[in-house]
Write a protein that binds this ligand. Structure first.
Ligand code: HEM
Length: 436
């Protein structure tokens, strides 16, 4: 058995680890579920119960990690400040805010994410998914990420934000710029270019918001502009409506949090099903299984592998002392394979017990605001794929390489063969097959 010191040298950015981190996390859960990863100066929390302990105590574990950047040489800092000055202030909102500010943002933005608003989006999601599939369903082979998993969530959120079709490419670029450098090593030039893209995004939406103020519509932007809080609400200390920089930061956060994650979920779902042709046929016979398949995909793939927290006071977690100022990563991906909650956690089994206890969307006050939307996208996408594709396989050309990111996990590409051809992934589908 490896020693804890051994594990302390764990490097989440190691190329092989990025491809398959799960055995490392299994060792941590067993040997050191709160582990100081010395190379990063970050405590990794890997057990399901301990991850929950952190998520349920936002006073001790702050989400204001956005303010803790890597130190930068002065010249670079100044150059970056110049680029920032060309945009609107970047305000820490929901994901990177603590209570009570978080409560204000969350309550205001939730007004745009009601079950009614989601239900209104469903036909649009179905239309976009159907249109995308119809564009390639007659081909013999497609690359699924580019053909479906990227454009579906981008188009859905673009539609929700009323982005015109001729700006869709810009919108995708802004979305990429918004996530550049998250969990990966980006060069200074890349970060500068990305921040310039974010400025473009801000100017586009500042203009749109101004238009909505003059000419309100029945859409997400108008809902954000009109969102008001009840002065009598005891949980909200500040009932101001959202100002422009706040709205822009929130819109950007919807892209950061929503697009790549959903892309990665859809791609992993296709991989898992491509490896299990019998499950595809079961689904075709009974599409009501789609919801459980999406849920099990979320558990196994956990596109948001982990998230930072900042320790606000000296505390203890799992027998480990955490001094104030420590940085913590809650490893959702590891919690989701904890065998004290999920039996045979590495197996794909949509019928498993306690499936809904997965933490792919987090838990507590920061629970994913878009969980309903991405679940809906997953289910509708699967239903539309099932309706049009009799059978498919994974092409021999696949290398199953994942993006080299520690926080966002997803396949770079997935070659899918439509019809009867293709690899059967080595799985006969009769029994659950290990994944990951
Ligand atoms: C499969 C897709 C998705 C996954 C796996 C995912 C995962 C997560 C996770 C784990 C958190 C909690 C972070 C924390 O505790 O610090 C979160 C928060 C959040 N997500 Fe998602 N997300 C997905 C899709 C979306 C979509 C589609 C949107 C919006 C359109 C969205 C918007 C947000 C926002 C705004 C937050 C911050 C909420 C808060 O701090 O109160 N997410 N997401």
């Amino acid at each position: 058995m490896a020693s804890t010191t051994d594990l302390g040298g764990f490097d989440p950015f190691d190329a092989d680890t990025l491809q398959c981190p799960f055995p490392h996390y299994a060792r941590m859960r067993a040997e050191a579920p709160v582990l100081l990863a010395e190379r990063l100066g970050v405590y990794l929390v890997t057990r399901h119960d301990l991850v929950l302990d952190v998520l349920r105590d936002p006073a001790t574990y702050s989400s204001r990690f956005g303010s803790v950047g890597m130190p930068m040489p002065r010249a670079e800092r100044e150059q970056m400040a110049e680029v920032f000055a060309e945009g609107y202030p970047r305000v820490p909102t929901m994901l990177t805010a603590d209570q009570p500010e978080h409560t204000r943002y969350r309550r205001l933005v939730s007004k745009a994410f009601t079950p009614k608003a989601l239900a209104a989006l469903e036909p649009e999601i179905r239309r976009i998914a159907g249109e995308l599939i119809d564009g390639w369903v007659d081909r013999r082979q497609i690359e699924f990420v580019e053909a479906f998993a990227v454009p579906l969530p981008v188009r859905v959120i673009a539609r929700a934000l009323a982005v015109p079709d001729d700006r869709l490419d810009d919108f995708k670029r802004w979305s990429d710029d918004s996530v550049a450098g998250i969990g990966t090593v980006a060069s200074f030039e890349e970060r500068l270019a990305a921040e310039r893209g974010v400025n473009e995004f801000q100017h586009h939406f500042a203009d749109q918001i101004e238009r909505r103020r003059r000419d309100p519509r029945d859409d997400l932007l108008t809902t954000l502009i009109d969102a008001r809080l009840d002065d009598d609400d005891p949980d909200v200390v500040d009932t101001r409506p959202l100002d422009l920089p706040e709205m822009l930061s929130i819109l950007q956060q919807l892209l950061v949090a929503g697009n790549e994650t959903t892309t990665k979920m859809l791609t992993e779902m296709m991989r898992l099903l491509g490896e299990r042709p019998d499950e595809w046929q079961r689904l075709r016979a009974d599409p009501t299984r789609a919801e459980a398949v999406v849920e099990e995909t979320l558990r196994l793939s956990t596109p948001t592998q982990g998230m930072f927290r900042l320790v606000t006071r000296d505390t203890e977690l799992g027998g480990v002392s955490l001094p104030a100022g420590s940085r913590v990563v809650v490893a959702f991906c590891s919690a989701n394979r904890d065998d004290s909650v999920f039996e045979h956690p590495d197996l794909f089994d949509p019928d498993r017990e306690r499936l809904r206890e997965h933490l792919a969307f987090g838990k507590g006050i920061h629970f994913c605001l878009g969980a309903g939307l991405s679940r809906l996208e997953g289910r509708v996408a699967l239903e539309e794929l099932l309706a049009r594709i009799e059978s498919f396989g994974l092409a021999d050309s696949n290398t199953f390489e994942y993006h080299p990111s520690f926080l966002l996990r997803g396949l770079i590409r997935l070659d899918v063969e439509l019809g009867d051809g293709g690899l059967e992934g080595g799985a006969d589908g009769a029994a659950p097959v290990p994944s990951g």
